[in-house]
Design a protein around this ligand. Structure first.
Ligand SMILES: [Zn+2]
Length: 210
């Protein structure tokens, strides 16, 4: 992914914020009227750069209607306002993923300077990781293939698509179904596939009916 390069006017606003004392970096400044231009620029850049795909659920939203996209701070601005305009802390996501992720901590480090390596994050990072190395989708079922994939599934509640598929509301707190489908997908022998299929079927049977 290509980090945003701010226009001259936006850069003035961003630089002024970055020059503030730590204590004066208020996360609420994001919604200030004077930041309208910067926010719009950020959305335009990342919607285009991500080819209309959410960085967490990989779903395509083919619209330039910016209100359907959320500017996403990988490290939430409530957790660290100082990274509010850091290009590599920014992306766009769908509203559902953004709401699910909320203000959850996704760093593995407490360092003050910007964490700029993959290992500094517990989730798949849009700038430092390759999505396909961590999450695979089998239709609407999220199949994590790494620890980061699993954490992202949890943090962004990516089992919500499976829940819909199975006709249960909300998300599945236990991502068992996705895991078993993952096993099925990886099965090399007929016996493995049969065992995985049985597990999927048992799991579905055990879902409490409303
Ligand atoms: Zn999403």
């Amino acid at each position: 992914m290509t980090p945003i390069q701010y226009s001259a006017l936006s850069k003035l606003i961003v630089d002024a914020f970055d020059a503030r004392e730590e204590i004066d970096k208020d996360s609420k400044y994001w919604n200030d009227k004077s930041v309208d231009l910067v926010r719009a620029e950020i959305k335009d850049h990342y919607i285009d750069d991500q080819h209309f795909k959410c960085v967490y659920c990989d779903r395509e939203i083919v619209t330039a209607n910016k209100s359907l996209w959320d500017a996403e701070h990988v490290i939430s601005r409530e957790k660290a306002a100082r990274f509010m305009f850091t290009p590599r802390n920014l992306a766009v996501s769908c509203r559902d993923c953004n709401i699910a992720k909320g203000q959850k901590e996704v760093r593995t480090t407490t360092r003050q300077q910007f964490p700029d390596e993959s290992r500094h994050y517990t989730i798949v990072h849009p700038h430092f990781d390759n999505y396909a190395d961590h999450i695979r989708w089998v239709g609407d079922i999220c199949v994590p293939i790494s620890d980061k994939g699993e954490t992202t599934q949890f943090v962004c509640r990516l089992t919500r698509f499976t829940a819909q598929l199975l006709g249960v509301s909300g998300v599945l707190d236990d991502p068992g179904f996705d895991r078993y489908v993952g096993e099925l997908f990886k099965a090399k022998t007929k016996a493995d596939a049969k065992a995985a299929l049985a597990a999927v079927s048992t799991y579905v049977e055990d879902i409490p009916q409303a």
